[in-house]
Design a binder for this molecule. Structure first.
Ligand SMILES: O=C(O)CCC(=O)C(=O)O
Ligand SMILES: [Fe+2]
Length: 248
């Protein structure tokens, strides 16, 4: 079951310019256990500014929809993407795809957003950004962890959302020992039931990614948890997502 603590995280600084009395920021912190944490800030960027950024990004980012390889099979990535990174960093490669790294200087509003994110998260120093554009409810990102070695053992990832609201799901990775124990327990059971028990983890959370909201994953979230933005038939407009990362 979800444990939501509606208690502002003292480690996250509010931006006074955006905290209007009508629409204050709301901070929700979820302690996932074992030093994994998620913090969500609703209305991190005001409604109007968020639409300005949305329109800028929709029109000015050189979006591509690459072919990627997942489980040995090539397919079109089910969302548009772009990558921005500081110079001299290790190259990002995921699902057999190496995105071209654009410079921050080419997109001044991204630098503006980066400054706001740095100000909100004390001690953060993001140097790369993966952008996603979901053109409707059939665009998605499947279960994964951003656990590439270049992010180090405890990456902090700050994810900003603009446009259409989508669900963000988190589920615990089954631990190796749990898989072995579970396999022993399931011996003799029907294959369908067995598969469900082996793959399934009963720990999961759902966050609604609202226009202008910031979600920060920290600690061991990438090592111990998987996340996804699943297809949603009712999501009928575009969503743009920025995920800020630090390459060590
Ligand atoms: O769109 C999102 O909110 C998540 C994107 C994501 O998980 C990723 O780019 O790694
Ligand atoms: Fe991710």
């Amino acid at each position: 079951m979800s444990k939501l603590i509606d208690d502002p995280d003292p480690g996250i600084r509010r931006n006074p310019e955006n905290s209007t009395p009508e629409k204050p920021m709301k901070v929700v912190e979820v302690d996932l256990g074992n030093e994994s944490r998620v913090v969500q800030i609703s209305r991190f960027i005001s409604y109007q500014d968020s639409w300005k950024f949305f329109n800028y990004l929709d029109q000015n980012i050189p979006w591509t929809r690459p072919t990627v390889r997942v489980f040995g099979r090539s397919h079109l990535q089910p969302r548009d993407t772009c990558y921005v990174a500081s110079e001299g960093l290790a190259q990002l490669v995921y699902s057999g795809y190496q995105p071209h790294a654009y410079s921050w200087d080419e997109f001044p509003p991204l630098k503006e957003i980066l400054d706001m994110v740095h100000e909100a998260i004390p001690g953060s120093s993001f140097n790369s950004l993966l952008l996603n554009r979901y053109k409707g409810g059939s665009d998605y990102v499947g279960w994964h962890a951003d656990d590439e070695k270049l992010y180090g053992p405890t990456p902090q990832i700050a994810s900003l959302s603009f446009g259409c609201e989508r669900d963000f799901l988190l589920k615990k990775k089954p631990s190796k020992s749990a898989q072995v124990k579970s396999a022993e327990r399931c011996e003799g059971e029907r294959p369908s039931k067995r598969a469900k028990k082996l793959n399934g983890s009963d720990q999961h959370y759902t966050f609604v990614l609202k226009h202008g909201s910031l979600l920060v994953m920290s600690g061991y979230t990438q090592r111990d948890w998987l996340h996804s933005v699943p297809k949603r038939a009712k999501a009928d407009s575009t969503r743009i997502n920025l995920t800020f990362r630090h390459i060590v």
